[in-house]
Design a protein around this ligand. Structure first.
Ligand code: ADP
Length: 177
């Protein structure tokens, strides 16, 4: 990624992040409260490379980020090798176990595959800075937060697409946008 001239034109993280207003909402996992079956469905219904993990759907507070590949492999391993794991087993990204009822099937614990400090920016962060950080840290994606709530995601490809769009515009439309 090159820190392009285009980004001097006041583009902000909010202009590049997904989902767009017309898109379906961000696909997230909650740190607890989801079953193996629900997580497997999320994996098969989407193609995203990763999923943010939040405290709850209601709070949308970010806990971490998990790669699709790691999630897939871990669930497959648990299904194969962990005794008693079934579709309704809980999936837990939390470090400490919340007490489950003794009759509940064993939970699948996935704390170890969670990236606990994914890179985040706010909606107001200038894209010039975002691009600079992507380059320097070799990031593949970053998460976008507003007032402590997770709002979106920006991948390296999103940035490249946005740059291409800006480059294709005629100078006038950039000036007056
Ligand atoms: P890439 O951008 O390299 O194709 P992905 O396949 O992960 O990477 O993402 C495809 C598109 O979906 C991108 O525009 C990205 O911003 C968006 N996206 C990525 N992860 C999610 C997610 N968990 N929920 C909703 N949209 C996402």
């Amino acid at each position: 990624l090159e820190a392009k001239e285009e980004f001097r034109h006041k583009t902000l993280a909010t202009d590049v992040m997904r989902p767009r207003r017309s898109d379906p909402p961000l696909s997230v996992l909650t740190q607890s409260g989801m079953t193996v079956e629900e997580v497997e469905r999320l994996i098969s219904d989407t193609t995203y490379s990763g999923f943010p993990v939040v405290i709850s759907q209601q709070s949308q507070r970010l806990v971490g980020f998990v790669l699709r590949r790691d999630l897939f492999i871990s669930l497959e391993n648990a299904r194969r090798h962990q005794d008693g794991v079934v579709s309704v087993s809980a999936v837990l990204f939390t470090e400490c176990e919340s007490p489950a009822s003794p009759s509940a099937p064993p939970a699948v614990k996935l704390h170890s595959i969670l990236d606990l400090s994914p890179f985040t920016v706010t909606v107001h962060t200038p894209m010039e800075i975002v691009v600079d950080i992507f380059r320097k840290l070799g990031l593949r994606q970053c998460l976008v937060i507003r007032n402590g709530r997770l709002l979106g995601i920006i991948t390296k490809k999103d940035i490249l697409k946005h740059m291409a769009q800006m480059a294709n515009r005629d100078p006038e439309s950039i000036l007056f946008n």
